[in-house]
Design a protein. Sequence first.
Length: 438
Amino acid sequence: MITFVGPTTYFEDARGPNGFEYLLAKAFADHLGVNLEVHLIENLDALFHAVGGPRGHFAGAGLTITEQRKKRLLFSTPYKTVRQALVYRMGDPRPSTIEDLIGGRLVAVANSSHTEHLKQLTKNHPDLRWQALRDTEMLDLMQMVHEGQADYAVVDSSAYALNRSLYPKARTGFYLTDEQAVAWVFPDYEDTSLLKAANLFLEKFSASGKLARLKARIYDHTDSFSVAGSQLFMRRIDQRLAKFRPMFERAARDYDLDWRLLASMAYQESHWNPKAKSPTGVRGMMMLTRDTARELGVENRLSPEQSIRGGTRYFVEIRERLPESIKEPDRTWFALAAYNVGMGHLEDARVLTQRHKGNPNLWRDVREYLPLLQQKKYHATVKHGYARGNEPVRYVKNIRHFRSILQWHDIQQVQREALAKEAPTATNHVGGSLSLPL
């Protein structure tokens, strides 16, 4: 498969290859009983020229079906839809029509379906102008709008939804199109056997509900920790945690850790579900890969006891590998980030931090530069390349939040028990007994 590096296509993290397009293509390869090879392409021109050549049998890169593309390429059965979103900068007047864009700096990815549509719009709006930028990703366009380098940009609705928390000043003004079909691209050859196999797979994958579940896992996530999320966590403390708390406490004693930290990690990973499974195949309470579990001696990833001990040992090993110059409590936050995104990407972020005169041993500095690994102009300059760097930042933030709630919950529980023992029983005015409120 030919694709791009990006949050909606293909990237690697601590658990290996990831991304919606990769996971869908991997499922197709597994269906065929073959190995999937991924070849990364720099821009759309190169991608369309490479399809059907030695670098790839097909392309999966969030490509919309357009009339121009159908003239020289074949498309599979669509597997999702997107709309073209017009993005503007929060604080500026919100555009609502094409006329509102005239006179402003509008940017789009060169040779994309977006520029095809903009060309069509000039038939009715001859004064409309835009810049078509090569070797640029939609994430870069959102950054340009966020930072005021452009007034407007055109991006896919799915890319906007996935990355809006990274550039919160980039907001949707209106949609330029209705829903457009997204599909895999195949060469226009006489032999269409692979295309037919792909169509059959996609139809079955959709009918089984697996496609909907994959979309939900990738796209249906909250951008920030919410009040509702905290309330759900509190409910699950009562509903789920009691069963597993002794396991967290035993692992914490053996490795000299706070059990609340381990419990918070497990909640972030699996919501304390010992049978949890991700699209990439990681499983269990602490979401271990098969290879990691094997290295840790975990025979059954679905065993909560084995998963908790294996995840704890893995976390401790990561923490021990960190440079001695990183002290606590930062050392714990760095280890959590590496548990999520991988040691290599964490080290890349430390390099970027140092380049920008920050302190690579302080989490408050490094967390500012981890998200830069999503931008080509930064990840192209470091060893391990692209990473969804905003995710480990959110991961550490959430775990710290969960641990605070657990600490507060324990304090309240102790207070309740103490009051229950010490408080006298008051007599109400009708002769019954009334327990003093806690």
